[in-house]
Ligand binder design. Structure first.
Ligand code: WT7
Length: 584
């Protein structure tokens, strides 16, 4: 093991003593702290409206920075590089959007999906959906028509809020979506396409006063689709009770406080962006930054400097890309305001931690969790020494363990299944319409199994080993091989395909596809490029195979399942393992 890092904080952490906090921790007490039993129960009241009754009314809740050059997609008034929103403004804006949705016939429990770039309307819409008791479905703006159709169809979404720059992808699949009644378009008042509703026009007509719904803790709040080894993406259902986890993990892990300026670089189309880029920080009354644009080393550093970001939650891939951009770039910016940096999504390499110590003078803290867990489950806390390469220790009030396939706890140092004891507030409550796959998480009695393998050391730190399934983690994004394989075979030249994650120094893994061509097609560079473009546009810009290898046949089991493990072993030159099920 690398040397433990004991770094003095320039602040007194909220979680000052891990052991003590664990000992006295009660979820009910957190509910009390949030005053769940007084007044109406709605996460949007706790996160937004409540602050308008205090001095925080005019505090900046959201510093929005637009992606330069994309202004032409936005209405005249929106052609600016950035704008700040106070809690009061977010409250009024979301009231009007809430009224618009009610006018469109949306009712409590209906699914409203949001397919927007990271513009202010994304944030105000999600708040509005919560206010009227509907279920939000955020979708990442890189998704193509195929990915969008799967999600809208499965969830039976009634309304979709999108942007003029993305609308074409919706129109390609709308007639396959009988339950989708309205498509509301941001950024085009006058030249609406068939069937669309103008966001701006409807919102203008809507009242600023809204009767916020009084929810039950177990009512659904949002659905996020995520991938497994097999089948289409699963709709992970989260409920209003999640706010308890959102609030307390933000406070104790991200260590946010009143005077912080916080930046979460994840898009709300991923769980990190919904939980720690919307709800968690605002439940804590904190100011947050969002940037519409894509990764760019200079631009990212300039955001930290310009807004005076103090706490920053990002991903290993981004950190590795910053590292690669070199020390000259970082020296141009004053990043002294930063006091705390955290990471999530993939293993955080010790090398990146060392780089962080050098350039920021701060130790980057790793956190571990999943779409299904709804909040951070394992983390490195500011008051605890960091063991570089370790994910840290379980959040107070949660029990994590390494178990065998019978549910026995394994001793320290032994590899096994990373499992959690069910019962924390933000655990997923269902997979939308798929009881069978939901149950697969609970096949070992008494435990929720994560799909990860890991071990615990003698001091109780958890160390990530890998996924126990074929799920691919590329640049911190979870991609199911089946989705890519199904999209690939829709290409006219592709007969069969097998898809794996291939280790990559920057992205963690890249997607690699093995392809058998249809009769009459020959391998070529052009065909390879054509297939890549096809997936980018149909499925998603982040889920296309960066590497393609043409083959004469894909190894399969006798029952016809693609043997991805074998493809991977051969790719990496590893032992091929048990081949008894391989078809002849
Ligand atoms: C999977 C969950 C919710 C965060 C974003 C990803 C991997 C997550 C770490 C970490 C190594 C990690 C696991 C996990 N993962 N955090 N700190 N170190 N691996 O959410 O898309 O639901 O994916 O991401 O494999 O199971 P997700």
């Amino acid at each position: 093991m690398e040397k433990e890092i004991h770094k003095e904080n320039r602040f007194i952490p909220h979680l000052a003593d891990y052991k003590k906090t664990c000992h006295g921790f009660r979820w009910e007490a957190v509910g009390k702290e949030l005053a769940l039993d007084s007044g109406k129960l709605n996460i949007a009241i706790k996160a937004i409206d409540q602050h308008t009754g205090s001095w925080r009314k005019n505090k900046v809740a959201l510093y929005w920075e637009g992606a330069r050059g994309r202004g032409s997609n936005q209405p005249e008034a929106d052609m600016r590089s950035g704008r700040n929103f106070t809690f009061a403004e977010l409250s009024t804006e979301s009231n009007r959007i809430g009224n618009m949705l009610l006018n469109l016939g949306v009712r409590r429990g209906d699914r409203v999906f949001v397919f927007l770039p990271r513009i202010p309307e994304l944030y105000t819409s999600i708040i509005a959906i919560a206010k009227i008791g509907a279920v939000a479905g955020p979708m990442f703006s890189a998704f193509g028509p195929e990915a969008i159709r799967d999600r809208l169809l499965d969830s039976g979404a009634r309304v979709l809020i999108t942007h003029a720059s993305l609308r074409e992808r919706i129109h390609q699949v709308w007639d396959e979506l009988p339950e989708l009644k309205h498509v509301v378009v941001v950024g085009d008042r006058d030249r609406l396409w068939k069937g669309e509703v103008s966001f701006e026009r409807e919102v203008e007509k809507s009242s600023r006063e809204l009767e916020v719904e009084d929810m039950d803790l177990e009512d659904p709040l949002y659905i996020l689709y995520t991938s497994g080894t097999t089948g289409k993406p699963k709709g992970v259902v989260h409920v209003c009770h999640d706010m308890v986890s959102h609030y307390i993990t933000t406070k104790l892990v991200l260590d946010l406080r009143e005077e912080d300026v916080y930046w979460c670089t994840a898009d709300p189309g991923w769980v990190t962006g919904t939980v720690y880029g919307i709800w968690g920080p605002w439940l804590n009354g904190c100011s947050q930054v969002t940037f519409e644009g894509r990764f760019d080393a200079e631009h990212w550093y300039s955001i930290i400097e310009h807004y005076g970001v103090t706490v920053w939650y990002t991903a290993p891939t981004a950190l590795r890309m910053l590292m690669k951009a070199g020390p000259e770039v970082v020296k141009k910016y004053n990043l002294k305001g930063l006091r705390y940096i955290l990471s999530v999504g993939e293993p955080l390499n010790p090398e990146v931690i060392r780089w962080g110590l050098e350039v920021f003078g701060l130790c980057i803290h790793d956190t571990w969790w999943q779409t299904e867990t709804g909040a951070i489950m394992i983390a490195n806390y500011p008051s605890m020494p960091v063991r570089p390469g370790s994910m840290g220790k379980p959040f107070p009030g949660t029990e994590a363990a390494i178990i065998d396939n019978k549910g026995n706890k394994l001793p320290p140092g032994t590899r096994g299944i990373l499992a959690l004891k069910p019962g924390w507030p933000s655990m997923m409550r269902a997979l939308w319409g798929d009881e069978k796959r939901y149950k697969e998480y609970f096949t070992i009695p008494g435990w929720y199994t994560t799909g990860d393998t890991a071990y615990m050391d003698n001091e109780g730190y958890f160390w990530f080993i890998g996924r126990a399934d074929d799920v691919i983690m590329t640049a911190g994004h979870r991609v199911g091989p089946f989705e890519v394989e199904s999209a690939l075979v829709e290409h006219r030249a592709v007969a069969e395909s097998g898809v794996i994650g291939k280790p990559d120094p920057e992205r963690g893994e890249i997607i690699k596809a093995f392809i058998v061509l249809r009769h009459g097609f020959k391998p070529s560079k052009e065909l390879e490029e054509d297939i890549k473009e096809f997936i980018k546009h149909r499925l998603s810009a982040h889920a296309y195979p960066r590497e393609i290898q043409f083959m004469d046949g894909i190894p399969k089991t006798r029952s016809g399942k693609i043997m991805r493990r074998l493809l991977k072993a051969r790719e990496l030159g590893l032992p091929e393992g048990d081949l008894s099920t391989l078809e002849d």
